[in-house]
Design a protein around this ligand. Structure first.
Ligand code: UD1
Length: 356
């Protein structure tokens, strides 16, 4: 079985790792293509190293650009490689520009794709990822969903049941495997048994691209920092918008490696984020999470997990953060099939469909 994995941006790497490992156990011939959407060492190399992913067979080096430029460059550079290699399956992950670009290339070459993390919908048309999700799901041959809401969304859009397979959450596979290694680290001076702190990530265009809105969120973080230290590893997109400003009481750090960030999540009293993956990781870890967005494509983290969707009003953020720091927050439950075996189920499904 000849498998290609297309990855490009930070949240793809932890999803591809368990699938790669499960397929390696089945002796599949595998190639990783890195589109180069994320290229900083801190956004890419450290993840390959920590996750044990082999070096990519191809790096398309597309880099940054507008959505159209990035998507088009991935398509142009990927097409000749896929046309020549003609893998049995191309695996695509999540909802980034590299994902939709790969789906378009493969479907037109008649090469089969499997979409890992299919079916998620925020129903927010201002979110670039929402378009990537919808287009990718309608093009892919197998839709591998993390939870029942994913299946329901796909069925509601008319996608046939035969293409949908619920496998659980692959990102949790990586978390389960690497938790013991993460627990041995003390990033930013926070080891086991440290005093309570708040961990923050913000990088969504809707939160960081408008400097006025970003300033109001940063002012809210300064007020939260009066209650407990705030640690904020800053995504390059956010860093550019902060323009070197210091934030009172808030430790601004470079983006962290996978293990370092996981270690901090396990010890945080509260996580404040607008990331998708972090809503899921905190749900698994049962750490209270406030999501600074009006909607989420991962509703199960709210209905079952430890996540609370609070919108983007800084006053609400401060109020909810204070309440959680003083009285504790929701712990929730771990959703079904978030059990560390999703990669195995994906490998089984691909093997079965290749034999047919
Ligand atoms: C992308 C994904 C988003 C995901 C996020 C995780 C899309 C549409 N968005 O957003 O879903 O949550 O990755 O990080 O695919 N930059 C660097 N170094 C890098 C990468 C980016 O400096 O290694 C800077 C550049 O200025 C770039 C900006 O960050 O223009 C944004 O990068 P881009 O890949 O366009 O989108 P993200 O905001 O990272």
């Amino acid at each position: 079985m000849k498998i290609w994995h297309i990855v490009g941006a930070r949240p793809n790497f932890m999803k591809a790792a368990p699938v790669y490992r499960a397929l390696a156990r089945r002796r599949a011939t595998q190639t990783i293509v890195h589109t180069g959407q994320h290229y900083d060492a801190a956004m890419s190399d450290v993840f390959f190293r920590q996750l044990g992913l082999p070096r990519p067979g191809h790096n398309l080096e597309v880099g940054s650009g507008s959505h159209a430029q990035q998507t088009a460059q991935v398509m142009m550079r990927l097409e000749p490689l896929i046309a020549q290699a003609r893998p049995d399956w191309v695996l695509i992950y999540g909802d980034v520009n590299s994902t939709v670009a790969a789906a378009l290339v493969c479907v037109k070459l008649g090469v089969k794709t499997a979409h890992v993390e299919a079916g998620l919908r925020s129903r927010d048309r201002t979110m670039p990822e929402e378009h990537n999700r919808i287009v990718t799901d309608h093009l892919a041959d197998i839709l591998l969903t993390p939870s029942a809401d994913g299946d329901a969304n796909l069925r509601a859009e008319g996608l046939p049941a035969s293409r949908i397979r619920r496998v659980g959450n692959v990102m949790i596979d990586t978390l389960v495997r690497l938790l013991p290694s993460a627990r041995r680290l003390s990033p930013l001076g926070r080891g086991e048994g440290c005093a309570p702190f708040v961990l923050v990530t913000l990088h969504r265009p809707s939160n960081v691209d408008d400097p006025r809105h970003l300033r109001t969120l940063v002012a809210a973080l300064e007020r939260i920092a009066v209650e407990a230290p705030v640690l904020f590893p800053v995504h390059p997109r956010t860093r550019a918008k902060l323009e070197g400003k210091t934030v009172k009481g808030v430790t601004l750090a470079e983006p962290l490696g996978y293990l370092e960030f996981l270690a901090l999540q396990t010890r945080a009293a509260l996580v404040v984020t607008d990331s998708g993956g972090i809503q899921e990781e905190t749900t698994y870890l049962r750490v209270p999470c406030l999501t600074v967005r009006p909607n989420t494509e991962r509703p199960i983290t709210v209905t079952l997990g430890s996540n609370e969707l609070i919108g983007t009003d800084p006053e609400v953020l401060v109020r909810r953060a204070r309440a959680i720091l003083r009285r504790g927050g929701k712990r929730g439950r771990v959703p079904p099939l978030w059990d560390g075996r999703a990669g195995e189920r994906i490998a089984e499904e691909l093997t079965a469909r290749t034999r047919r």
